[in-house]
Design a binder for this molecule. Structure first.
Ligand code: AHR
Length: 321
């Protein structure tokens, strides 16, 4: 009987020691995060990449990083490789909104949680991702539209808008367009006379604006550019065509990067709607919570504002991107 008791105590001690060692191991084990970035199309994106990489380092998270060069098939390949490597969490900024269900179902079957950053997807099943961290692009578009309404409130019009759209099918391009239309639809003096994608790049913005300037010339009252890189390209094109951006053509832009705010301070962008790329720290906190089994909200919206040209110079000295 005494022997049985001793054996039982020994067995209990062994189980406790193994348990303690396992817990210690779990604490020591570094979290591995696979991050599939869109590309390097803009100053915003470069700042976003820096934010993700440095926040991972600060948080002690092992980061596997890939750049999809703005191609959905490259992002899908990267996500599949993270699934094969059995990373703890996958995060990605989806280049376009549609077409993600098959790969996200694969991640779900492998029990790997997925976090969306920056851009949303249009999947019907919300359980395909744990959370989405990023801006409200629709609201950004409304902000641009409301600023235009206020700016032209005493003008009878017509106000002809040319739109430089971001990447076709991407959430910011879809939503910044929809937000503008929602605001101006009830005021017939505003007319979008042309709309074309410049793929969020400076070269794309310049090329599209050159064509708009040739076709519409002095009819253009407003350039509505979906990001600063395209706005900066459009400014170059307008100046080369003898137009005065910020004066005889009103320029509305998005992101409020240093380059955008410099152009605003120089009087060439009339309003820059903020979109923050500094999502790294929030992403790493969220990843840690998910791995620890804590609940996180299904949507985490970034706080942002609007910078009209008269405040741009004050903001510049503290601008991080
Ligand atoms: O998804 C965010 C957008 O993508 C930014 O506005 C743009 O600059 C970037 O390329």
């Amino acid at each position: 009987m005494r022997r049985t008791l001793r054996q039982a105590l020994q067995a209990l001690l062994a189980v406790t020691l193994v348990g303690a060692a396992a817990a210690g191991h779990a604490e020591d084990k570094k979290i591995v995060l696979g991050f599939a970035q869109v590309g390097a199309e803009s100053a915003w994106r470069t700042a976003n990449t820096v934010s993700v990489k440095s926040a991972a380092k600060d948080a002690g998270i092992t980061l596997k990083f890939s750049d999809a060069q703005q191609k959905q098939e490259n992002q899908i390949k990267a996500i599949r490789s993270y699934i094969a490597q059995k990373v703890d969490v996958i995060a990605f900024s989806p280049v376009v909104e549609s077409g993600w269900e098959p790969v996200l179902e694969e991640a779900k079957r492998a029990h790997i949680p997925v976090v969306l950053t920056d851009r949303m997807i249009d999947a019907k099943d919300p359980s395909l991702y744990v959370t989405m961290i990023g801006s409200d692009f629709l609201e950004e578009g409304r902000r641009g539209g409301r600023w235009l309404e206020e700016h032209y409130k005493d003008d009878k019009g017509p106000i002809n808008i040319v739109e430089l759209q971001g990447t076709v099918g991407s959430a910011p391009a879809n939503d910044r367009h929809a937000g503008l239309m929602e605001i101006i639809k009830n005021d017939p003096k505003f007319k979008v006379i042309a709309s074309q994608s410049g793929d969020f790049t400076l070269a794309g913005g310049k090329q599209v604006m050159e064509a708009f300037a040739k076709t519409y010339g002095k009819q253009i009252n407003v350039v509505y550019a979906h990001n600063d890189d395209m706005a900066l390209g459009a400014i170059q094109a307008m100046e080369e065509a003898g137009m005065k951006p910020g004066k005889d053509v009103t320029v509305v832009s998005f992101d409020a990067t240093k380059g955008g705010l410099q152009a605003a301070a120089a009087g060439k962008i009339n309003v820059d709607v903020e979109c923050s790329p500094l999502l790294g720290p929030q992403l790493m906190d969220t990843v840690k919570k998910i791995v620890a089994g804590e609940q996180v909200p299904h949507r985490i919206v970034t706080n942002e504002t609007v910078f009209p040209m008269n405040v741009a110079a004050q903001v510049l000295p503290t601008r991080k991107y």
